[in-house]
Design a binder for this molecule. Structure first.
Ligand SMILES: Cc1ncc(C[n+]2csc(CCOP(=O)(O)OP(=O)(O)O)c2C)c(N)n1
Ligand SMILES: [Mg+2]
Length: 236
């Protein structure tokens, strides 16, 4: 492990050779960059305390996705931690609609990206609420045979909003519970391959399996509701 990155085989030998070359040099000159790495590690550790399932899922995805894979996010209880916890190794590989935070972004954006870069895996990370803003674009993906992988994290709610409301107005929430459709059957109705897993932590292996096939896939997983990061930003 080097700075939290999983290295194996030849990667590890390269790092060992680099460390030999660096020994005795003035590493202080590199301090600002090392500080950035340390800050990122501390931030991920703090996020792990708040949202352990999210960090485990994002780390698992990082392990199974090649560095050049493209990840598209809606705002949901897993993906909203990605800006702090997902390890990016290539520019423009992690897409998160910060600012407008527009739900429904992830799947259509992923379809467009896969059309532009058919050579790399493309994954959309959606919540059950956000997926219903644009999930019908599975029709486009099937029609054009676009091999995106859509993940639906299902907590049967606008869960981050529900947790936010519960925090500000204890024991009260309004308009947040959702009666989700059966997302597997929904996707299959469009002609996509779809299946469910019984734990959010099984999402990475399911995404790895989906990447072995052509055409669009959907994976549905249960997920916990946690206070979203913007609460900390306001309170903190
Ligand atoms: C177009 C749009 N409408 C409303 C919102 C406000 N909003 C932010 S997160 C969220 C809940 C999303 O629910 P879901 O996709 O199920 O993810 P969860 O929070 O449950 O993990 C909502 C409604 C938004 N960001 N964008
Ligand atoms: Mg939800």
């Amino acid at each position: 492990m080097v700075y939290g990155h999983d290295l194996s085989g030849s990667d590890e030998r390269v790092v060992e050779a680099l460390l030999v070359q660096l020994s005795g040099r003035d590493v202080e000159a590199r301090r600002p960059w090392l500080d950035v790495i340390a800050v990122r590690e501390r931030r991920r550790a703090a996020i792990r305390e708040r949202a352990p399932d999210a960090v485990a899922t994002l780390e698992g995805l990082r392990r199974i996705l090649p560095d050049e894979a493209l990840v598209f996010n809606d705002i949901n209880g897993i993906a909203c931690w990605g800006a702090g916890a997902f390890i990016c190794r290539r520019p423009r590989t992690f897409h998160y609609p910060i600012g407008f935070g527009c739900l429904g972004f992830a799947l259509p954006a992923a379809i467009g990206a896969k059309l532009a870069r058919p050579d790399v895996p493309v994954v959309a990370l959606c919540g059950d609420g956000g997926f219903l803003f644009s999930g019908h674009e599975l029709a486009t993906a099937v029609q054009e045979d676009v091999g995106v992988v859509a993940v639906v994290f299902n907590d049967h709610a606008y869960g981050t909003i529900k947790a936010d409301q519960g925090y500000r107005y204890p024991a009260r929430s309004l308009g947040c519970d959702l009666r989700s459709p059966d997302f597997v059957r929904y996707a299959e109705a469009f002609g996509a391959r779809a299946w469910g897993v019984d734990s959010v932590r099984k999402v990475p292996e399911a995404v790895a399996a989906a990447m072995q096939h052509d055409g669009p896939s959907l994976i549905e997983a249960p997920c916990p509701q946690v206070l979203p990061p913007w609460i900390e930003a306001e309170e903190g």
